[in-house]
Design a protein. Structure first.
Length: 149
C-alpha cells in the first residue's frame, strides 16, 4: 500500500495530472489485489479527469485514459499495468536490479506462460479480446533485462 499512499499524496498536493495519479493509484490497488472495488471505481473515473491545456490533451493522459477504458471494457482486467506505467514513465531504468530481475521478470514470465498455455483464445478472460490484448502486446522479458543495464 506504500505506492498507493505516495500517489495519493501526490494527487492531493500536486497541480499535475489528476488522471495520471488516479490511474497510478488504481493500478497499485489492482496489482496488489487489495480493495478491488476501489481500484475499479478509480479506474472508471480516469477518463473524466483528463485536462485540456490550450485546447490540447496531454499525451500521457490520453494513454492512461485509453488504458482505463480498456480495463473497464475487459471486465476490470489489464496485463501488468504497473510495469507498463513504469516503462512509460521511464522508471524501470531507475529501479533496483533485484526488483527487475526477481520480481518484474517473474511477473512477465508468468503472464507469457499463461498466454502460451491458452488453447482457445476466445475463452480467455471474460471476453476473447483479453487474450489478444495480452498476446499482441506482452511485455517482453528483455525489457526488464535491458532496464537493469
Amino acid at each position: 500500500m506504500k505506492g498507493y499512499e505516495c500517489f495519493n499524496i501526490l494527487d492531493k498536493e500536486s497541480n499535475w495530472s489528476k488522471a495520471i495519479y488516479a490511474y497510478a493509484k488504481a493500478t497499485t490497488l489492482y496489482e496488489e489485489g487489495m480493495e478491488t472495488a476501489k481500484a475499479n471505481q478509480t479506474m472508471a473515473q480516469v477518463p473524466d479527469l483528463m485536462q485540456r491545456i490550450a485546447g490540447k490533451s496531454i499525451p500521457l493522459e490520453k494513454f492512461v485514459a485509453r488504458r482505463a477504458r480498456k480495463f473497464v471494457a475487459q471486465g476490470n482486467r489489464l496485463t501488468l499495468p504497473g510495469i507498463e506505467l513504469a516503462y512509460v514513465l521511464n522508471c524501470l531504468g531507475l529501479s533496483p536490479r533485484f526488483v527487475l530481475f526477481e520480481e518484474h521478470l517473474n511477473q512477465v514470465s508468468q503472464v507469457l506462460a499463461d498466454l502460451h498455455a491458452v488453447k482457445e483464445p476466445e475463452k480467455y478472460g471474460k471476453n476473447g479480446d483479453e487474450y489478444w490484448d495480452g498476446a499482441s502486446h506482452p511485455p517482453p522479458p528483455s525489457l526488464c533485462l535491458l532496464a537493469g543495464d
